[in-house]
Design a binder for this molecule. Structure first.
Ligand code: FBP
Length: 546
């Protein structure tokens, strides 16, 4: 494989580990835990994996470790650092016993069910150290939830003499990891299941998980691009740039990029929902900022839009809820109809209020909302062109204001969607170290016989040496929620907290950013150089840990 000069130099980077993971390790167990909500229901559903203690790794004595084989799966969307989780896992299992073997299941959880795998060897893994992407073994969104999938997985697990499976994924994938752990424990199969917190979206975090890996690199990559656009925009002074940012439902990515780049406007879906704003009010707010800047002679600006916005506008959110239930219940009758018949079918089955909202939506948006969900039941928000929808509505509003003499200026828009551009970037130093430590922790959880745990690394705004590694029972992060028309146990998704420091810090400055031009050009991720340039965590993490 031909590699770039940067990749070559970066391959030599040795990720730093927390002190407790540098040598032999033993575990310190905390008190029994309970789920964040719905304790009785979760306990009933997970009798074998509920209530386990939190775990911290502390330095221990070398012992003779018995031979183990482990399987690893990358699940869901790519996130920078996934290869380093596998490198950390590989190095740690080989250190525990050089005869240990690591198998990678190919193209996501489907690889386990369909028995597609490779053995990960030293030469093979060396090509992927500190690289972005999930191409080492591929990823996929197959949902592991049915007993026959678990049993089919068991066949290959037995054949390869695997005693543990590590699933690297987001909230949905880790929920499924927990269901699988419980199933194998209930059946006394002796197969452990361990999760790792992945997603650029930053929505898999809570009291135990400080951040999901990939958020750091993805937001730095998007911020570089936003900064470049801000500079172009401030040079030509003739466009308003509408930038949609990936991140699914939560607005963590948009908020972090706003803190890094200080755009004129950044919408936060959670705030729009809390204030019960209509689409028209959101549009009016943007148009007011455009008109204010135009009056100062500034016919330019940058607007950041979280990709999940549409779901958070209350009327549209209610419509999506009903559509989710409708598609879950009648998906099969509906699937084979043509476009027009599908539209009619939906209108005929929706409640009056939601049908009225559905009819006000532009055709493209309505179509996306009524199309297939992903295997976890999520609307595929990255396919909805919210940036165009908003800029068109702002243009219409300004035209109306111009006729009424309230707007004298020019409004010309450019559109961008930053999503896939950031998911496979070479991991920042933070993600490279964090992921390597997560992989090492996962190996230690396996070696210590644990199942139903997620690997965690804490104190991540301190120096790497001082990071603390361990494991959290996945059931501890669960509650009951409505998904695909059913109430299910799931890991609670973290949305932007409106009383949290990152949001408050943004609110304190955003009026100034809207009126003035206070852009910050953060530039590309740096891997070598002064620590304040190369090793800074995200602003979100710093503010949350203050
Ligand atoms: P995960 O939750 O699986 O980490 O996915 C992250 C993500 O990048 C979202 O931000 C985005 O909405 C989605 O994946 C896009 O999915 P796909 O890659 O299937 O188009």
């Amino acid at each position: 494989m031909k590699i770039s000069a940067l990749q070559k130099a970066r391959a030599a980077y040795q990720p730093k580990l927390p002190k407790a993971l540098q040598g032999a390790v033993k575990i310190a167990e905390g008190a029994p835990t309970k789920s964040v909500d719905n304790q009785e229901e979760i306990k009933k559903l997970f009798p074998n994996t509920y209530g386990m203690p939190l775990i911290e790794f502390i330095p221990g004595e070398e012992v003779n470790n018995k031979k183990i084989n482990i399987g690893v799966i990358l699940s869901g969307g790519q996130a920078p650092g996934g290869h380093n989780v596998i490198s950390g896992l590989f190095d740690a299992v080989k250190k525990l016993n050089s005869e240990n073997r690591l198998y990678g299941f190919l193209m996501g959880p489907g690889g386990l069910v369909d028995h597609n795998y490779i053995e990960i060897t030293a030469d093979f893994i060396d090509q992927y150290r500190n690289t972005g992407g999930f191409d080492m073994i591929g990823s996929g969104r197959t949902k592991l939830e049915k007993e026959d999938q678990f049993e089919k997985g068991l066949q290959i697990i037995r054949e390869l003499n695997i005693s543990a499976v590590v699933i690297i994924g987001g909230d949905d994938s880790n929920t499924n990891a927990c269901v699988l752990a419980e199933y194998y424990a209930a059946k006394k199969y002796g197969v452990q299941v361990i999760g790792c917190p992945k997603t650029i979206d930053g929505d898999l975090k809570n009291d135990q998980i400080e951040t999901s890996f990939g958020f750091d690199t993805a937001t730095k990559t998007y911020s570089e691009l936003i900064g470049n656009i801000e500079r172009d925009c401030n040079s030509a002074r003739k466009y308003w740039h509408f930038v949609k940012l990936m991140g699914r439902s939560a607005s963590h990515i948009a908020l972090e990029c706003a803190l890094q780049t200080q755009p004129n406007i950044c919408l936060i879906s959670e705030e729009i929902e809390a204030k019960d704003m209509t689409l028209n009010e959101v549009v009016e707010n943007i148009a007011e900022a455009v008109a204010y800047r135009a009056a100062q002679g500034n016919n330019f600006g940058v607007v950041l839009i979280p990709e999940g916005l549409i779901e958070f506008i209350p009327a549209i959110g209610r419509l999506i809820q009903e559509l989710n239930d409708l598609l879950a219940a009648h998906g099969t009758d509906y699937k084979d109809l043509d476009k027009e018949a599908q539209h009619k079918y939906i209108l005929a089955h929706l409640s009056k209020e939601n049908a009225a909202t559905f009819e006000t939506l532009p055709e493209g948006v309505a179509r996306q909302l009524s199309l297939d969900r992903d295997p976890h039941g999520n609307v595929q928000v990255s396919l909805i062109e919210t940036e165009k929808l908003l800029s068109e509505m702002v243009a219409a509003k300004l035209e109306q204001w111009a006729k009424e003499g309230k707007f004298k200026g020019n409004f010309s828009a450019q559109h961008h969607f930053f999503g896939y551009e950031g998911r496979c970037a070479a991991p920042s130093n933070f993600d490279a170290d964090y992921c390597y430590a997560l992989g090492t922790s996962a190996a230690q959880l396996v070696a210590n016989g644990k199942t139903g745990y997620m690997a965690i690394v804490k104190n991540t705004t301190a120096k790497t040496d001082e990071w603390r590694a361990g494991g959290v029972p996945i059931t501890m992060m669960m509650n009951m929620e409505r998904r695909n028309g059913e109430i299910k146990p799931v890991i609670r998704k973290a949305l932007v907290e409106l009383d949290g420091k990152p949001f408050k810090s943004f609110v304190a400055k955003r009026d100034g950013w809207a009126k003035n031009t206070e852009y910050i050009y953060s530039g590309p991720i740096q891997y070598w150089g002064p620590t304040e340039v190369c090793d800074q965590p995200t602003k979100t993490l710093i503010l949350e840990q203050e």
